[in-house]
Write a new protein. Structure first.
Lengths: 422, 552
């Protein structure tokens, strides 16, 4: 399979403009601003079948289409580089190793929605990535890919790098907007949606790093070539960041629809030290865990993961072998969400910490027989009832761990300790 | 796509409405809420449309005067064709929409929200001032009624932090609805409070270096649906279910904010705002809210006093009133100053009385201008005279204004004076005024307590205050509004209107009306602009002079 996203990352000096240009970099931008209208760019992306890689999988071209064309307000394009999902580190590789692909993609998307000010909102902890992007932005501006009259085509764009201040919730697009405006990173109630009332109340599109980084390839090679990769509904390639009990952890580019089991065993080297697979979280910590037996026939695309009862999410694959205490794993994840819930709306604010307290109690041998029912009930009371998807993200994995490893939880409660730790 | 289309329609409707208001109002939609067909205008949200139809959807963070926060999740309702429950406060109505506020799914979500709100709540209702008017208590009874499933420790928070002179914060009772934060952002623009921290550590806090002491600060206590923000002045005084509530008008200035005078054991415990969109909306200012302390909590005079050798001595009403008539009659010309807190009915009788007994009278209502800050201007008027306009309408001045009258007084142009309800010596800081009053051959002071001004009088008459009498005030903008007696006056006192009535009778006047309602009838018959008024027509929300409501 030809690489779309990781095509440059192994080249020496891949982060420099010279190397990026030597690989055909900014050719797509030249083609777009000199030969295509913004609508044609949007159409091309629509027909490529590209879907948002931040987790929700919403068709990218369609998202751009919601921006009102006749609005007198400025329009904003935001590159969401607030990659904070536990187990996810794919955007980081693109940012650090191929920053110009991210920048070119951002310019292309901004052009498509007629935006003249765009932002890269980068996670605060990505200090190195921010420095790499800063240098790349300076190079791109110097070369005339940013600023006034880009490539002589009469299109202007300022691209501003903004570092976040360390809250997971700021990766949620409306919390990101609040944060970028200088407010506490709180998600906003919808409607209105960012496409009409986004940054500073203006039409705004927020796209993930990986989504944007795919655009230069798509516009350079044509939507048809991209759409030829992957499955009927999940087009192209997807990055997966693999961690945990696995032979070769790292970031992999995979054609959509690739068999998950083969990916884990052959591409990633399988579970090491002769141990057995116990479970795997396929899409970052906020997605339901899959038991080893559920992994068998799953393919790596949006629809297959959904059919298996989980979601592709961010592609953060966390592998757990049979030495893993699932109670402790569930507690660990619950603790993360209890810490990161923004505290704005009732179910998530109160429910996340409540679930965490129960998991902690079970892990510490003080669980009661009603605790598992309570977790499932609390989780159910959060799902679908919150302002933003964070509530679901915290509640879904909690319920999945309890349901899929119920015996282990019951053992913990009955024996008042972890059997695996002896 | 749907969304941008919808916004386009909204904008169009708005601009269209600027030019053709009546057509825009006609743009209605029909929806069903719990099977009941509801017709409303398309700008409304589900929670508003339901309220109009008499269906109350439970909520905490929604407040009609504040922006939509959508955070409490209590108003989740089921809307046909939508997979998830929607918050009624942020869902616009549309034609053919079907809303269910009592479906099993909704009831379950509501119960869940109640449980979430209560798991970390301290349940200290027995010592909470909000108990009895707490939305958590009310909704618990209606929607929750289950035992706690929390087997762990509750989160703890600050139990009594002083946010400002009138606001005490209890973080453990707080449900983070952000009504207070939004009020300070959107109404006063003073922004003293914010939410800090995350998850269930979220709490309301003052910004560094700030104190919640803006002129409208205590309204946050009113809009707090739970016991998180309580009124420092009212805390621990009385359980709210013992309060008697009497609708009235704030006597603090001439804005005429509608209030509820809430009393316990014949004392005022607190003022609360009463909603009147034409006057004060939902708010009252702090100065008005607490003005009852200064106006009512004084050592009351319970007997008329007459000056004899050696000082003021108690006398019976008959003697005192005779002395007033005789004294003023032989001390012409007379300066007569009425309080800005006297009612229209009292002003009407006072003007009639003075013209009858003192042909050379200079009549004025007490009125002093004051400067206001921007935040004060949201509600306050630049005076402390709640009914100066009404008094003038009744014929009490203006004859050159209070300042001119005081000048004349200082220059010895009067021999007699009748001062009602205002302590001139404290209010007018002129060192020569006391000597001028002492030089008068006859001075009557009528007030609820013995003021410095009263101490130099020849006769002092014990009267009643705004909280003890019926009547009307006319605010600065010409709105006539009702005062209702909330307290029983102390024995030995008479209402100002009763005193004027008895003096008129003593002076031989015929046809003196016997009670405020009768006085208003005469006002309605005689005073230009007040034709056709009656207590019934004024009602709970008042009547604008010259407005449609006044026409028969």
């Amino acid at each position: 399979m030809e690489k779309v996203l990781l095509r440059n990352v192994d080249l020496p000096g891949s982060h420099t403009l010279a190397v990026y240009e030597s690989q055909g970099g900014y050719r797509a931008l030249k083609k777009a601003v000199q030969e295509m209208t913004p609508e044609q760019v949007t159409e091309e992306v629509k027909s490529s079948g590209l879907r948002g890689r931040g987790g929700a999988g919403f068709p990218t071209g369609m998202k751009w289409g919601f921006v009102p064309k006749d609005s007198p307000k400025p329009k904003y394009l935001i590159c969401n580089a607030d990659e904070s999902e536990p187990g996810t580190f794919k955007d980081r590789v693109l940012i650090e190793k191929d920053p110009h692909a991210v920048i070119e993609g951002t310019i292309l998307a901004a052009y498509a929605i007629r935006s003249h000010t765009a932002f890269i909102y980068i996670r605060g902890e990505f200090a190195f990535g921010a420095r790499v992007l800063e240098k790349a932005l300076a190079e791109a501006t110097q070369a005339g890919y940013l600023g006034k009259n880009i490539l002589g085509a009469g299109y202007d764009l300022d691209l501003i790098l903004h570092r976040g201040a360390g809250a997971y919730i700021c990766g949620e697009e409306t919390a990101l907007l609040s944060s970028l405006e200088g407010w506490k990173g709180w998600p906003r109630v919808k409607p209105p949606f960012p496409a009409t009332h986004g940054l500073f109340g203006c039409p705004t599109v927020v796209n993930n790093v990986e989504t944007l980084a795919a655009l230069p390839w798509i516009l350079d090679r044509g939507a048809g070539q991209y759409a030829a990769i992957g499955t009927e509904k999940s087009k192209g390639t997807k990055l997966f960041s693999v961690s945990g009990h696995i032979g070769r952890p790292g970031v992999y580019e995979v054609e959509m629809g690739y068999p998950f089991k083969r990916f884990l065993e052959e591409d990633c080297g399988g579970v090491p030290d002769g141990r057995k697979l116990k479970g795997v979280i396929p899409g970052g910590a906020s997605m339901p865990v899959l038991r080893a037996d559920e992994v068998e026939n799953v393919r790596m695309d949006y629809e297959s993961f959904q059919a298996a009862g989980t979601l592709l999410g961010s592609g953060g694959v966390i592998v757990m072998d049979d030495s893993t205490c699932m109670v402790k794993a569930a507690w660990n994840i619950a603790r993360f969400f209890a810490h990161e819930s923004c505290g704005q709306c009732t179910p998530c604010r109160e429910g996340c910490h409540w679930m965490e307290k129960i998991f902690a109690r079970i892990e510490n041998g003080q669980g009661g027989t009603k605790d598992l029912d309570t977790i499932l009930s609390v989780s159910g009371n959060i799902i679908g009832n919150t302002i933003c998807p964070f509530g679901d993200a915290a509640a879904m994995p909690a319920a999945a761990f309890v349901k899929k490893y119920q015996e282990e939880f019951e053992q913990h409660i009955a024996q008042k300790k972890c059997v695996l730790r002896e | 796509m749907v969304n941008s289309f919808w916004v386009g329609i909204q904008l169009f409707t708005f601009y269209y409405s600027l030019f053709t208001v009546h057509e825009a109002i006609m743009e209605t939609v029909k929806l069903t809420i719990d099977g009941k067909e509801v017709t409303t205008s398309k700008e409304k949200t589900v929670i508003q449309a339901a309220a109009e139809a008499g269906i109350s959807i439970p909520h905490y963070c929604y407040h009609p005067k504040l922006s939509i926060a959508g955070n409490c999740r209590m108003c989740l309702v089921e809307i046909e064709k939508m997979p998830k429950l929607q918050i009624a406060c942020n869902t616009q109505v549309s034609d053919g929409m079907g809303v269910k506020t009592q479906s099993p799914k909704v009831l379950e979500a509501r119960r869940a929200v109640m449980e979430f709100l209560l798991i970390n709540h301290p349940l200290d209702c027995p010592i909470c001032d909000q108990a009895g008017e707490c939305w958590l208590q009310d909704y618990y009874m209606q929607h929750d009624l289950m035992e706690s499933r929390l087997g762990d420790r509750k989160q703890q928070d600050r139990k009594r932090e002083l946010f400002g002179p009138y606001v005490v914060f209890d973080g453990e009772r707080c449900i983070k609805c952000t009504r207070c934060v939004r009020f300070l952002q959107e109404v006063t623009h003073t922004e003293e409070l914010t939410v800090v921290n995350r998850t269930d550590h979220s709490t309301i806090a003052l910004f560094p270096e700030k104190i919640l002491d803006n002129p409208l600060s205590a309204n946050v206590n009113d809009i707090c649906p739970v016991g998180a923000l309580t009124d420092r002045d009212f805390r621990f005084k009385v359980r709210v279910w013992y309060l008697q509530k009497t609708p009235s008008i704030c006597p603090g200035c001439s804005t005429g904010c509608n209030i509820s005078v809430e009393t316990y054991q014949n004392r005022i415990a607190r003022f609360k705002p009463r909603i009147n969109e034409e006057v004060n909306g939902h708010w009252i200012c702090d100065e008005g809210r607490y003005c009852f302390h200064g106006l009512t909590e004084v050592e009351r005079l319970t007997s008329p006093l007459i000056r004899q050798e050696g000082g003021l001595v108690p006398a019976d009403w008959e003697r005192a009133l005779q002395a007033v008539l005789a004294g003023l009659g032989s001390a012409q010309p007379v300066a007569a100053i009425l309080s800005g807190r006297n009612t229209n009915e009292e002003a009407f009788l006072f003007a009639r009385l003075m013209r009858r007994i003192a042909p050379q009278v200079a009549l004025e209502v007490f009125y002093q201008e004051r400067a206001l800050t921007e935040v004060e201007k949201i509600l306050k008027s630049p005076d402390h005279s709640a009914n100066f306009r009404g008094a003038r309408d009744m014929g009490v001045g203006p004859n050159g204004g209070l300042d001119a009258l005081i000048q004349d007084l200082l220059q010895g142009r009067f021999r007699g004076a009748y001062i009602v309800g205002e302590d001139l010596l404290s209010l007018i800081r002129n060192p020569e005024l006391k000597a001028a009053l002492e030089k008068l051959s006859f001075l009557v002071v009528q007030d609820i307590h013995l003021t410095p001004t009263g101490r130099v009088a020849h006769v002092v008459l014990p009267a009643t205050h705004f909280g003890e009498k019926d009547g009307t005030y006319t605010n600065r903008k010409g709105r006539v509004q009702r005062l209702h007696a909330a307290l029983v006056p102390p024995p030995g006192t008479l209402h100002d209107w009763e005193i004027f009535k008895r003096l008129l009778a003593l002076a031989g006047e015929k046809g003196v009306p016997a009670a405020p309602a009768e006085i208003l009838q005469q006002i309605a018959a005689e005073v230009p602009g007040y034709q056709g008024l009656s207590y019934d027509r004024i009602g709970a929300q008042g009547i604008q002079l010259g407005g449609d409501a006044q026409q028969p």
